[in-house]
Design a binder for this molecule. Structure first.
Ligand SMILES: C[S@@+](CC[C@H](N)C(=O)[O-])C[C@H]1O[C@@H](n2cnc3c(N)ncnc32)[C@H](O)[C@@H]1O
Length: 259
């Protein structure tokens, strides 16, 4: 029988925890610096509690732990959580705790965290609207939402190509949301004062497919799509000779709105 989406996510990520710990795209970036800056602006030094949903190998948690009293790093993949625990110990970060869970069902009390956050994970979530509502439930009134993810494109042609190569590369891909989709989703979940910024992120082809163990057949399909892509798509995604390309990393910062 065909695996369901949660099983596919587990298959895709559980074996790849080390690859994500070492991934250059994940380990650094201007978004991590900005996340740290935003948190320091609103949370009194080392006082707040942050939830990192879909923590993967833990790079967002590591980047912000120094500004907070505690971080809870959540992921459905047991090996990701083991990797986070070991890497946090190596970095002498003692205020990071790991919990196995999915974004759509967070095992925490209402209004428990000062900041709820997620980076490069939401495009895998089966039910993003409900996951955002869960994040709103567990953040304090007046607390903050920080979402970082690959952006979908507002141009339908470019967006269709982006989502297609994403799905060919990774069976657990659901959807990269565009800035306008994010704006609606975040507002509908009960957050206001939404601020957005983005950065160009270049994806080197070989590490991009190797990290997800994309099969040779699927790599060939991606290469064919890139070869045959119309000029508008080649230009928007800055597709290079070897298949490397660029997309945008978006960051959204918002505050829990009281109804
Ligand atoms: C690319 S990794 C995350 C990278 C990490 N946040 C960082 O900053 O480097 C994506 C993670 O999302 C997790 N994930 C997938 N579906 C999820 C869901 N529904 N809820 C929470 N996490 C999920 C995967 O298990 C995987 O570890």
């Amino acid at each position: 029988m065909q695996a369901n989406h949660s099983e596919t996510v587990q298959e895709q990520f559980d074996a790849q925890a080390q690859a994500y710990l070492q991934s250059a795209v994940h380990a650094a970036g201007p978004d991590l610096l900005r996340a740290n800056e935003l948190i320091r602006q609103v949370i009194p030094a080392s006082r707040g509690r942050l939830l990192d949903v879909g923590c993967g190998a833990g790079h967002l948690s590591f980047a912000v732990a120094g500004a907070l009293a505690s971080v809870v790093a959540v992921d459905p993949s047991p090996n990701m959580l083991i990797t986070v625990g070991k890497a946090a110990a190596d970095k002498s970060l003692q205020n990071i705790r790991t919990v196995q869970a999915s974004a759509e069902s967070l095992p925490f009390d209402d209004a428990h965290f000062c900041v709820v956050a997620s980076r490069y994970s939401a495009h895998h979530w089966l039910d993003l609207p409900n996951a955002l509502k869960e994040m709103r439930r567990v953040v304090k009134p007046g607390g903050y939402l920080l979402m970082i993810d690959i952006e979908g494109d507002e141009n339908a042609l470019v967006d269709t190509h982006l989502q297609a190569v994403e799905l060919l590369r990774d069976r657990s891909h659901v959807r990269d949301r565009s800035p306008s989709e994010w704006g609606r989703l975040i507002a509908d979940a009960g957050f206001s004062d939404i601020a957005h910024q983005n950065w160009i992120t270049r994806l080197a082809f070989e590490p991009w497919v190797t990290r997800m163990r994309t099969s040779p057949e699927r790599v060939a399909m991606i290469r064919a799509m890139q070869r045959e892509a119309p000029a508008e798509v080649r230009q928007a995604l800055a597709i290079e000779e070897d298949g490397s390309f660029s997309m945008k990393t978006g960051l959204w910062w918002a505050q829990r709105q009281e109804i």
